[in-house]
Design a protein around this ligand. Structure first.
Ligand code: CMP
Length: 136
């Protein structure tokens, strides 16, 4: 089915000049860009976006990283886009992500892993409402 997903091109990717490379992979796959904006996460948005992680030990450094510089927020759409984007992005830990995926090709980190992508229809709805309320 046609779906939408929220993608964040994280501050490490912006800092490293990988934004074009990453967006290009989504475009070449045939996905549509429904919204895109440069944003800087503040503490409140980080806590809301990562509500399921706020109590985990890795959250404080994750929050520092995600609020530490500009990122690109985008909404992508297409057939089964949630799973399609997750397979293009690869496993969370860049050291274990398969070659050919964005993380597998460009990240050596479990935290600075370049991209966030919604993991289910429900989380996509919740995250799009948070970042682009005008779309929901
Ligand atoms: P993301 O898809 O944005 O969702 C949660 C983020 O937390 C994840 O990508 C990583 O950036 C980070 N993360 C997840 N697990 C760990 C971990 N074990 N150690 C450090 N960071 C993590």
């Amino acid at each position: 089915p046609e779906e939408r997903t929220l993608v964040l091109i994280k501050p490490d990717a912006v800092r490293r000049g990988l934004v074009g490379e990453i967006i290009s992979r989504f475009e070449r796959k045939g996905l549509r860009i429904d919204a895109m904006d440069v944003r800087t996460m503040d503490a409140a948005l980080a806590d809301a976006h990562y509500a399921e992680h706020v109590d985990k030990p890795f959250y404080p450094p994750l929050k520092g990283f995600m609020t530490g510089g500009p990122l690109i927020a985008l909404v992508l759409s297409g057939d089964q886009v949630i799973d399609v984007v997750r397979s293009l992005v690869g496993a969370t830990d860049g050291r274990r992500a398969a070659a050919g995926t964005i993380r597998g090709d460009f990240s050596l980190s479990n935290r600075e892993n370049l991209v966030h992508a919604s993991d289910s229809v429900d989380s996509a709805k919740r995250e799009i409402a948070l970042w682009f309320p005008e779309l929901s």
